[in-house]
Design a protein around this ligand. Structure first.
Ligand code: HEC
Length: 171
């Protein structure tokens, strides 16, 4: 897949890598689903309000996904709180549980992957990858005192939440 290798090439500290990956994911999806709606522009663009791509999930899966989303938001709030208190170890633990790959059980992840368009799947994978990077940086911060790195990575992770919400809605 292109974007993880892009991140590898540029290194995780490269501030624009995430944004490039978003542009890539959004583009990919527009090509596949809504190129007519968005015209011919290939620039990374967030669809105007109401023009989000509607994704059909079965009702039960939708409920589970929205519950996971609320857990993500709670997780972000708790991570921020822990960081504000200088507890970077705790921030890492919370992020692992609420935002990492293991934050949802395998079956839900499989189901989601089945119904998501490719660009949405890429943003989901990106979120969990960024959570992993955040966890490492937060753990390192307790040893090195470099608190800017995890703060930066948290911000980047939030941009992924924003990008997905701006592009997709559930039916
Ligand atoms: C891969 C796409 C994607 C990513 C990444 C993503 N979300 Fe969502 N989220 C959605 C979709 C789709 C909805 C439903 C929105 C709609 O139908 O209008 C949603 C809904 C939500 C909701 C509303 C839940 C409810 O009960 O209605 C919250 C809160 C939320 N997301 C938080 C987050 C946070 C915080 C992050 C990042 C840590 C995040 N999401 C990342 C796709 C995503």
């Amino acid at each position: 897949m292109a974007f993880p290798s892009m991140i590898r090439r540029f290194g995780v500290g490269f501030a624009l890598a995430g944004i490039c990956a978003l542009a890539f994911a959004a583009d990919m999806d527009m090509d596949m689903h809504s190129s007519m709606m968005h015209g011919s522009a290939s620039a990374p663009q967030v669809p105007a309000g109401g023009a989000r791509v509607a994704v059909a999930f079965p009702p039960q899966l939708k409920r589970e996904v929205l519950a996971t989303m609320r857990m993500h938001l709670q997780g972000i709030a708790n991570v921020q709180q822990a960081m504000a208190e200088g507890k970077y170890d705790e921030a890492a633990q919370i992020a692992t549980m609420a935002l990492g790959m293991s934050s949802m059980h395998g079956e839900q992840a499989q189901q989601e992957a089945r119904y998501m368009p490719p660009g949405m799947r890429a943003l989901g994978a990106q979120l969990h990858m960024q959570a992993g990077e955040f966890v490492l940086a937060a753990q390192n911060a307790t040893a090195t005192g470099d608190v800017r790195k995890p703060q930066q990575l948290l911000g980047r992770m939030l941009q992924t939440c924003v990008a997905c919400h701006a592009t997709y809605r559930l039916q």
